[in-house]
Design a protein around this ligand. Structure first.
Ligand code: ATP
Length: 349
């Protein structure tokens, strides 16, 4: 079996963590008799230099022909003003390919300093609408300024988008510990997030095996800090999910271990939940775990479940052996950590 996969390194720590993920994925595929044909594609600040766009057409056209791809983080806040005004590369790709489900697991590693020991949950974030107004419209961004003193953003909630994300979350909960938590703010934003809650409940009624509860987004943050290990699958709208998954990643030990996948029924994009970490970029100290584990999620989505499990085992074995990057209290650099994961995978094979 051979997979054609895109590699979009991105900005900040992207050119450090994405090659690390490629190396580990190659090792895991080799261990299961499969291969990847990697297609490097321009994105981010480097693509602005070479192609005049942070996401050139050539990249988008090539992605449509591939089995999936790894997207490194982008530092769009640092782009020149005319590029900042456009949808950022990952927002564009999510919208263009209708990658409606952003699946963000958070799981503590044994023996690492997790803020919530035993945390093992998945945030299922609606990825195409909600309060991220910049991707809710066919044309324009959904944010506008009628006068220099007034800024307005639209939130959009549609039945089909809520139904499909709710179904995705229910299916995932069925395969896990069968507990679904709907996160909303229906006491204040009754029409929008109340609609989200109502539809999620209706979809969940088709899954009588599931235990279903719900919390307001603000209360949810408290419950996660206090007793995060009690939760299994959380489903929520776009912006709540973005914020909540940064929290759950850090509660599991570090944002540097928080993976994610953006998926439709046809396509998937692996992308670490964290950003470009400009404060540590270029020093070779970033934790590549999130990017590597995102790659494993992509392999799993492609049906290469054994290779995905191999990566997970390799990551855990390396950490258990004491090879840790600075965010987890260790001294290993990005390349050293990736090499240790490759070695454990080779040893396991
Ligand atoms: P963005 O707006 O792109 O999300 P940000 O600066 O708001 O960027 P991150 O880039 O995710 O957010 O960084 C938040 C913090 O987490 C920073 O201190 C960063 O160094 C740290 N961090 C993020 N990713 C990693 C990683 N892979 N390894 C180690 N530390 C990381």
């Amino acid at each position: 079996m051979s997979y054609r996969l895109g590699v979009l390194a991105g900005d900040g720590i992207g050119p450090e963590i994405v090659p690390a993920a490629v190396q580990v994925i190659d090792a895991a595929l080799a261990a299961t008799g499969a291969t990847a044909d990697w297609v490097p594609l321009p994105v981010g600040a480097a693509a602005i230099e070479t192609h005049g766009s942070a996401l050139p057409d050539v990249t988008v056209e090539a992605l449509a022909t591939l089995d999936g791809w790894l997207l490194g983080p982008h530092d769009s806040a640092s782009y020149p003003a005319e590029h900042r005004a456009q949808l950022n590369p990952s927002g564009f790709l999510r919208k263009h390919f209708d990658l409606f489900a952003n699946i963000r697991p958070a799981q503590a590693f044994d023996g690492t300093p997790a803020l919530v020991p035993g945390l093992d949950l998945v945030v299922v974030r609606e990825n195409t609408e909600g309060f991220y107004a910049d991707r809710s419209t066919y044309r324009g961004t959904g944010e506008y300024m009628p006068t220099p003193d007034v800024a307005i953003a639209m939130g959009i909630f549609t039945r089909p988008a809520i139904e499909r994300i709710a179904r995705q979350a229910c299916e995932l909960a069925l395969r896990r510990r069968q507990h679904l938590t709907i996160v909303h703010k229906a006491n204040v934003l009754r029409t929008t997030t109340g609609f989200f809650l109502e539809i999620c409940r209706a979809v969940a009624a088709d899954y009588p095996q599931l235990e279903v509860d719900d919390f307001h987004i603000d209360a949810m943050t408290v419950h996660l800090v206090r007793r995060g290990a009690d939760f299994d699958v959380l489903v929520t709208e776009n912006m709540f999910g973005d914020i909540l998954s940064d929290l759950t990643g850090e509660l599991a030990g570090s944002l540097g271990i928080a993976p994610s996948i953006n998926a439709s029924h046809e396509r998937a994009m692996a992308q670490a939940a964290h950003g470009s970490a400009p404060d540590i970029a270029g020093r070779g100290v970033a934790n590549p775990t999130a990017m590597i584990a995102s790659g494993a999620m992509l392999l799993d989505w492609l049906g290469a479940g054994t290779a995905a499990e191999t990566i997970t085992r390799g990551l855990r074995a390396a950490v258990a052996d004491g090879v840790r990057t600075a965010d987890l209290g260790g001294t290993a650099g990005t390349a050293e950590f990736a090499a240790a994961v490759v070695k454990t995978i080779d040893d396991l094979a």
